[in-house]
Design a protein around this ligand. Sequence first.
Ligand code: MG
Ligand code: MG
Length: 264
Amino acid sequence: MKKYRGVFIKNDREIAGIREANRIGANILDAIGDAVQPGIPTMRLEELVQDLCASYKVKPAFQGYCGFPFALCCSVNEQVVHGFPSTRLLKEGDIVSCDFGVVYDGFISDSARTFAVGQVSDETARLLQVTEESLYVGIKQAQVGADVHAIGAAVQAYVESHGFGVVRRYVGHGVGAKLHEKPEVPNFKPALHGIPLQAGMVIAIEPMVTVGSYEVNVLDDQWTAVTSDGKYAAHFEHSVAITPSGPRILSVSDRGLARTEFMC
Ligand code: MG
Ligand code: MG
């Protein structure tokens, strides 16, 4: 694979492979969303992912990555990312962030969505809406020649204009041949310039947005990130190819994008 300043430049065949991995990954996220309801343990979602990976004949990309023990990152309420599926029962008013990837023919997918469990509070509904919208605001910046840091600057401005916070500790990343490649894609505006985006780069853009403080702590399980103030957090992620005609979202399921008004 060619590189530009340390970042893989994928050819059309490789992007087609990453797209297929992401189509399957997004279809599985659709199924997770359909299954989310009050009263089920989050482990039920992990079992669903394992079953669907088997039927699609793909491998979960996260399981075993740096020792992560599950296929699905499943983070409830104040958990931001990297939560473990468990016997915990979802209840009305919860939110559950599901982050998930597959390996298909050597190519890796990565996308995430946060689902409401039954009826949620107005503030929580607004958190989900603003987080998802901020993802599309960021994607619009993913243009050939643009500074990769323009993405985070746009995400941060949008999120903060709505009174929410953007997590600094975790960032987006290049994706496709490996789960985490260069470049880093912050969701905030760093002090320094980043690299100019080039056609053929594939990046995962993934704002993590908090109701209160953007500071996070990691639990004793060494994985689960929670907000420092215990307030709710949401997470949406797409894998996006940089093309001469603009950003192309690869993690689109067969149902299409949920929020078409923000399509690039
Ligand atoms: Mg992810
Ligand atoms: Mg990611």
